[in-house]
Design a protein around this ligand. Sequence first.
Ligand SMILES: [Zn+2]
Length: 209
Amino acid sequence: MIFIDEKNVEWQNLKAMKNIAAIKDLANNMKVKLDEEKPFGIKPDWYSTSINVYKKHVIFGETLLDDLNEDEQKNLAAHEFSHLKYHHFYWIIIVSFGIYAIVSLVLAKYVFPNELSLFIGLIPLFAMFIMIGKWQEYQADMKAVSFTKDKKSMLSLLDKLYQMKTKQDAGKLPPPTIMERVSRILHPSLVNRIRRIEKQPNLWFLNPF
Ligand SMILES: [Zn+2]
């Protein structure tokens, strides 16, 4: 997941999506309500996926979709739908800023002057943001597989993402954008995501709801 970035998005010409009907069915099965007019968008020359949590759009990079088969595309969509279904964006904001408020208030009352407390409170804010972000990625992977029932395609999807990242880092593909770099900090490494899916598909703490 990368946060909202809707420049140059194509909403009509969705030919890079190999089976739109199957992906819409999947959204229905997962009880994810997408925007009725513009549920999906395609961004040319892009390797990532983005969701608009307010308008319920899912935007796929065309270059990424071109590289994936139908089942891998379904798992990619299921991962993004999980972020929407479990309201990940709202939880990460509420919990991180909640912790920030508590830490800053406690420090201001008992330890430091107010301004310094607000600054020091940023440390747990960022730490929570990164920890929760990574946990949410694992959860979105697990939930996606539990809906698609297709662990094999999820693993090959993650493997292709890994190959793409390796090519980007080696300069064989255009370098990651700033949003992609931010997103990398919030995601666990692809190697760890693959390991988690391979070994422990049903960890209880990733299935709390
Ligand atoms: Zn994600």
